[in-house]
Design a protein around this ligand. Structure first.
Ligand code: GLC
Length: 740
């Protein structure tokens, strides 16, 4: 309908009906099972509120959605449809790798296409809004939600944010799109000590320069909702932070869409200690221009009183309600309240072979080969006895913590995929060990089943180990499929020990002692500290949680039907003590290298290198490459001008392979300290054996800009270093002057 009719509808609504549009409830309020994605609390709201509520949380299934909508509309005075919102983060029935793996593809265009297919599947099954993409910049591997982020670089995250929003929203084609909700605004990834829901505090410069770009890129791409995060910024919880939500998001960035809180965040303003009551919490959130209250009774029970007492203006309620009605209108709900949800279509779309093929291709490209000593990979399909051992060898639980609407049973295991590829080779399998010492520490979440054998007693575990060691002894090579339990990452998955879980580490060392080559395939949701097991492995393939096609994708890589091409978008530390760890830090006044001070008095640890064990941008293929001949088209750049940088890349290996050629810049002297390097561009190129390619980058003034001493975005004159290479720590260098 026209916007004028939307506004006319608003004018006919009572205050209670307008407030109802600002309330989001879960399926339990509509007579269907509620999947708890947060703490469960008795809401204490009336049926009258349910009858005028605006949206539903995490209820999907075409028939179920249609039934709820029909029943709801039959009781609705003004026939304003419900909005169905859900966590369809990185897959629906076909699940892709976790976003941290997607980031490692260095291929936003691929991810945009993947997200378009995700939207198709979810839309057909009744999803209208997805609480995705999460684009929180992450620098601390202790935080479990690293798994939901594309990584530690602001510019690269922005590229993915744009691609994911465009993929989901797909020009709002009614049958092939969902509205996206970028999250978690803002800077949730910077929780102190990596501890979930903890405090965030940083300079405004760091916030704007490093942490906000991903959300802004999503808003600029047309993202229709923004979710406020659980944390404080400058001591003010984001859900009550008028400066951040109204000042920056709405007034500076021009965001006119809907702001929804994270789960129960309004009521949690009391726990933060900035509100003494639900009433005060509600007033603070509404004053910050937060539109929808997710899963608490605050707005439902407090807003009318606040308006009647004059503590809030009814215009504020009108503005929030109008944003929600406009969202529903843009989704076409007033013309079609079901948005073409159809069970048969949903089933057909979810089984579209193109979707599974896309999930497999992306899982191949998300994997990062960290080590391949003696070219133990790729394996041979025949004439080799392979021992496949570990908790993830035959597990379907490879889709990560936030694939809550997926059918885990659709996941193809590594074992079945490898068996299918073998042509006369021998593959033996053993569970080997438990994933973690005790499941109890992980808490409950949704329908996550215990991994196969998780509840095995000591006797069973001992039997598995004997079986695994015997299998290894009679094999030519061991593939150890190991990693974190799926609930050791994701929400509430913070860890202070980010090494491989103890039962698996013990087994890995015993397998090493058998004396056969060991290939470690890792399933995890964060950078791990691998220093204590790296020497036990001849090869290490980082698979992340690769999704429903993870088994076939990894088998493709292990047998060489595809070559690894992923590159890290997060730094892997030697030890958790280095966290937070990221590639683009400052030089400090006493850099470990080149400071001129004596050995002791420089910025370093006594017991660990400063650098990452596996750095940002790093990854191996089945080929080798040499970079040479970096040249600049000029040694000066002027405002509005361009400068080109060229480098030659040669495949010196015997196999074809992908190189991700990365361009970094460094501003050697600024009005404030500047990072020692910053990613500014990259190219993915495929090279045949012996092939050379000259890669050219265009350097522009905008690449030089930063927030100067006066908090103005500007490019300052001076010397800049150009660095081009296969990762951030291995680059060819040249310099130019920016002259104004
Ligand atoms: C959770 C998560 C958020 C999710 C929301 C709804 O607590 O923080 O990412 O979208 O609640 O499930």
């Amino acid at each position: 309908m026209t916007d004028q009719k939307v506004q006319e509808l608003l004018s006919r609504m009572t205050l209670e009906e307008k407030i109802g549009q600002l309330v989001q409830l879960d399926g339990g309020c509509y007579g269907v099972g509620a999947l708890a994605t947060g703490p469960q609390a008795k809401l204490g709201i009336t049926q009258d509120v349910v009858d005028v509520s605006g949206s539903v949380l995490n209820v999907l299934g075409a028939d179920k959605v249609r039934a709820i909508q029909a029943r709801y509309l039959s009781r609705s005075r003004l026939k304003i449809p419900l909005l169905f919102m859900a966590d369809v983060i990185y897959g629906y029935k076909n699940v892709y790798p976790i976003p941290l793996g997607l980031g490692c593809t260095w291929n936003p265009a691929l991810i945009r296409e993947d997200y378009r297919m995700i939207a198709e599947e979810a839309c057909a099954d009744g999803c209208m809004v997805t609480f995705s993409p999460p684009v929180d910049l992450v620098r601390d591997a202790r935080w479990g939600r690293c798994m939901e982020s594309p990584g530690e670089d602001a510019w690269l995250n922005s590229r993915y944010a744009k691609a994911m929003v465009e993929g989901f929203q797909n020009d709002l084609d009614p049958a092939h799109s969902v509205a996206s909700c970028v999250k978690h605004y803002a800077a949730y990834g910077a929780v102190e000590a990596g501890r979930e829901y903890n405090t965030v505090d940083m300079s405004e410069r760091r916030l704007r320069q490093d942490y906000l770009p991903g959300y802004k890129a999503a808003v600029d791409a047309g993202c229709m909702l923004v979710m406020t995060s659980f944390n404080t910024i400058d001591s003010v919880p984001v859900t009550a932070n008028r400066w951040l939500v109204k000042g920056i998001l709405r007034d500076e960035w021009g965001f006119g869409g809907v702001v929804i809180t994270d789960y129960a965040a309004i009521q949690e303003l009391k726990a933060h200690g900035v509100a003494a009551s639900d009433r005060e919490a509600s007033r603070l959130a509404m004053d910050a221009t937060v539109d929808i209250d997710m899963k608490t009774p605050c707005y439902a029970n407090q807003l009318a009183g606040l308006v009647r007492d004059g503590a809030l203006r009814e215009e504020q309620i009108d503005e929030a309600c109008l944003r929600v009605l406009r969202l529903k209108n843009r989704l076409g709900l007033f013309e079609d309240p079901y948005r073409r949800a159809d069970a048969a279509c949903a089933e057909a779309t979810a089984h579209d072979p193109a979707h599974a093929a896309a999930a497999r291709k992306t899982a191949q490209r998300a994997a990062v080969l960290l080590k391949n000593e003696g070219n133990v990979l790729p394996l041979r399909k025949q004439g080799q006895r392979i021992a496949l051992i570990g908790p993830y060898a035959d597990s379907a639980d490879i889709i990560g913590m936030w694939a809550i609407h997926a059918d885990r049973g659709r996941a193809v295991t590594l074992r079945s995929a490898m068996e299918e590829k073998l042509a006369g080779g021998v593959l033996g399998f053993s569970q080997g060990c438990r994933t973690v010492e005790a499941l109890s520490a992980l808490g409950e979440f949704g329908n996550v089943p215990a991994l196969q054998g998780e509840d095995a007693g000591e006797a069973a575990a001992a039997r598995w180990e004997q079986e695994a060691l015997a299998l290894a002894a009679e094999s030519d090579v061991v593939v150890a499929a190991m990693g974190e339990h799926m609930l050791q990452s994701g929400e509430s998955g913070s860890r202070t020990d980010i090494t491989l879980p103890a039962p698996q580490k013990r087994l890995l060392k015993k397998l090493r002692a058998v004396g056969k080559p060991v290939v470690l395939v890792l399933f995890n949701g964060r950078p791990l500290a691998l220093e204590d097991i790296e020497a036990d492995c001849d090869a290490i393939l980082e698979a992340w949680f690769p999704g429903t096609q993870g088994g076939p994708a990894l088998a493709d890589l292990l047998f060489g039907d595809a070559a690894p091409s992923g590159r890290l978008t997060v730094s892997f530390p030697y030890t958790v003590g280095q966290e937070p760890l990221y590639y683009n830090g400052f030089n400090t006044g006493r850099p470990a290298e080149g400071s001129g001070h004596s050995g002791r008095f420089v910025s370093r640890y006594l017991d660990c290198p400063n650098e990452a064990k596996y750095p940002f941008g790093y990854g191996l293929g089945y080929h080798t490459a040499v970079y040479s001949g970096l040249t600049l088209s000029a040694d000066t750049l002027r405002p509005g001008g361009t400068l080109s940088a060229r480098v030659t890349v040669r495949n010196t290996g015997a196999a074809a392979g992908v190189e991700v050629v990365q361009l970094y810049l460094r501003d050697l002297v600024g009005s404030v300290a500047r990072p020692v390097r910053e990613l500014k561009d990259f190219r993915r190129i495929t090279l045949q054996p012996g092939e050379s390619r000259t890669v050219e980058f265009v350097i522009r003034e905008a690449m030089l800009a930063f927030l100067d001493r006066n908090m103005e975005w500007t490019a300052e004159p001076g010397t800049f270093e150009v660095m081009i290479g296969p990762h951030c720590m291995e680059t060819q260098k040249a310099r130019f002057e920016f002259i104004v």
